[in-house]
Design a protein around this ligand. Structure first.
Ligand SMILES: Cc1cc2nc3c(=O)[nH]c(=O)nc-3n(C[C@H](O)[C@H](O)[C@H](O)COP(=O)(O)OP(=O)(O)OC[C@H]3O[C@@H](n4cnc5c(N)ncnc54)[C@H](O)[C@@H]3O)c2cc1C
Length: 303
């Protein structure tokens, strides 16, 4: 029996783990893919207090180191279901685990364009992660799709590896930090296409181009790689029916990170909120963990 099972080992889940481990709680951290969560795919983080500039994977390694230093570890399993009750059950592809409390920190996943052939090219020409896949496109032409911070940072990163980087922006302007936009604009090999959207992927076995609707004109761009940076969706499908979700399927919970189900807490990007950043994720991880500790001590007498 665990005191708490944390679902998701991103910054929110790992922060929660640090607080619970330091409090002597028996916990299990479950992660289905990448320890450290989404930030591992970012080449540069420059707004995380305490670090002028750090790569996402280094930040994730530091967090994981801290968890293992405190005696914790992360189990690579996928949570498929949770059953509520006084004792809660977490069902994964590996087993069923009993716990007194749960922190849901499952984050979000990347959006795709939903075009024909997209599935075939995912991982084979279409990528989300410049740090992981950028070097495959050394001296080649690539496109980054999106107009926010992730897209801008990805385009800057790729500009030092690739021959030409096309930044395909749906709107008429970029929606990122001024600092990143200014840096992007100094890159001679980045070509920004405003009022543009990809309408077709080209290629047989491998991607070799895209058709873009550019201000109502169709243009063909020869690229070997496409990096999608067009936002995210919450990982909440498996909680549907048990946990209250908002209209966009994020978990409804206030700043206290308590869900509608007693003993089940939420932390990070998966929570309904306006700002999704590392700092807001670790903020939630802290609050959820401290509320778990509170919940466990106030329910101790009733056991
Ligand atoms: C390219 C990129 C660059 C970014 N740059 C910055 C930046 O510079 N500064 C900043 O503040 N933020 C940045 N962010 C945002 C930041 O990464 C997120 O706000 C942060 O990762 C949220 O942490 P989280 O723990 O809530 O969720 P996530 O990082 O999404 O982690 C959730 C984890 O839960 C796991 N999971 C999901 N479902 C299950 C399941 N069923 N079973 C088990 N595990 C599951 C996932 O695999 C994932 O590892 C960036 C994001 C991206 C993608």
């Amino acid at each position: 029996m665990y005191d708490c099972i944390i679902i998701g080992a991103g910054p929110a889940g790992l922060t929660g783990a640090i607080y619970l481990l330091r409090n002597g709680k028996k916990i299990k951290i479950i992660e289905k893919e990448t320890i450290g969560g989404k930030i591992t795919s970012s080449s540069r983080v420059e707004n995380y207090p305490g670090f002028k500039s750090i790569s996402g994977s280094e930040l994730a390694d530091n967090l994981y180191d801290q968890v293992t230093y405190l005696g914790g570890d992360v189990d690579i399993e996928e949570v498929l279901k949770i059953n509520d009750g006084k004792i809660k059950e977490v069902v994964t592809d590996e087993g069923i685990y009993q716990t007194k409390t749960i922190i849901i920190a499952t984050g979000t996943h990347y959006n795709v364009l939903g075009l024909e052939n997209e599935d075939n090219f995912l991982g084979n020409g279409i990528s989300f992660c410049t740090v992981c896949d950028g070097s495959f496109y050394k001296n080649k032409d690539v496109a980054v799709i999106g107009g926010g911070n992730s897209a801008i940072i990805n385009a800057i990163y790729l500009s030092s590896i690739c021959k030409t980087v096309y930044l395909v922006v749906r709107g008429m302007s970029l929606k990122g930090d001024k600092k990143f936009i200014n840096e992007l604009l100094t890159k001679d090999n980045v070509k920004i296409l405003y009022k543009s959207k990809v309408i077709k992927y080209l290629g047989n076995d491998e991607l070799d181009g895209i058709i873009v609707n550019n201000d109502n004109k169709e243009i063909k761009i020869n690229v070997s790689g496409v990096f999608l940076s067009i936002g995210q969706n919450p990982e909440t499908e498996l909680f549907n029916g048990l946990i209250d979700l908002d209209n966009d399927n994020y978990i409804n919970a206030g700043e206290e990170c308590r869900t509608n189900v007693l003993g089940i807490f939420v932390a990070g990007d998966v929570r309904s909120k306006k700002i999704r950043q590392l700092t807001t994720a670790i903020n939630d991880g802290t609050i959820a963990a401290l509320n778990v500790i509170d919940y466990l001590s106030s329910n101790k007498d009733k056991e």
